[in-house]
Design a protein around this ligand. Structure first.
Ligand SMILES: CC(C)(COP(=O)(O)OP(=O)(O)OC[C@H]1O[C@@H](n2cnc3c(N)ncnc32)[C@H](O)[C@@H]1OP(=O)(O)O)[C@@H](O)C(=O)NCCC(=O)NCCS
Length: 181
């Protein structure tokens, strides 16, 4: 539906279930992108989740990411939308590790910013990311997000506390840079 240079953001379909199940059960992907307890997801869990991703707005706007030749590559979204302060939280997962590093993630984030700022009229898109997740920090930075601070020892994972990095992009910055980024 929303097209970038390399990817398209579209609604989830029930046929995405195998890809979605694989990506949410891939420990190495999830350990970098979730802060809660990591538990395996079942077929029924994910079918329910897919069927809840409707356009009937409930503060969560999730998209499947596909290449322009319609290959599923992952998912991204704007969630915890605060309409009063016009802030939305951004998330992304390129589900298949072999498809990372090909520019799909940054193109999806740029396209998602068009949705967030150009369509939803957000004033800020924000996120937190594990401090050791260099790929994600590089990806968000390449899309214009700035590092706003470091939350020390916010996530307990694998027997250690990990810092989170807070990043954000303001509508004005996006407008100024969107022709360039
Ligand atoms: C983070 C993620 C979305 C990035 O998507 P991607 O398609 O791999 O990234 P791109 O190919 O668009 O690259 C974007 C930038 O990140 C850099 N990058 C990509 N992979 C990298 C890696 N493993 N290490 C360091 N930098 C990396 C690229 O060089 C590029 O930087 P540049 O524009 O300055 O050259 C993807 O790696 C992913 O889904 N990771 C697992 C889930 C995750 O961490 N989600 C984010 C949670 S907050």
């Amino acid at each position: 539906m929303y097209q970038g240079n390399k990817v398209r953001l579209r609604a989830y379909r029930q046929q995405d279930i195998e890809n979605v199940l694989r990506q949410v059960n891939d420990y190495d992907s999830v350990r970098m992108s979730a802060s809660g307890v990591i538990l395996p997801a079942t077929y029924d869990d994910e079918m329910r989740w897919i069927s809840q991703q409707t356009s009937m707005g409930h503060g969560e706007y999730q998209f499947a990411i596909e290449t322009l030749d319609e290959q599923y590559v992952g998912g991204c979204g704007i969630h915890k939308v605060d309409w009063k302060n016009r802030v939305g939280q951004v998330g992304i997962l390129i589900g298949n590790p072999n498809l990372r590093g090909h520019g799909f993630g940054s193109d999806a984030i740029r396209t998602l910013c068009r949705v967030g700022f150009g369509e939803m009229n957000m004033n800020k898109l924000a996120l937190t990311v594990m401090a050791e997740n260099e790929a994600a920090i590089r990806c968000y930075s390449a899309c214009g997000f700035q590092i706003e601070g470091r939350l020390r020892k916010e996530v307990w994972r694998e027997g250690l506390y990990h810092d989170l990095v807070a990043m954000g992009l303001l509508a004005d910055e996006w407008r100024r840079g969107s022709s360039a980024i």
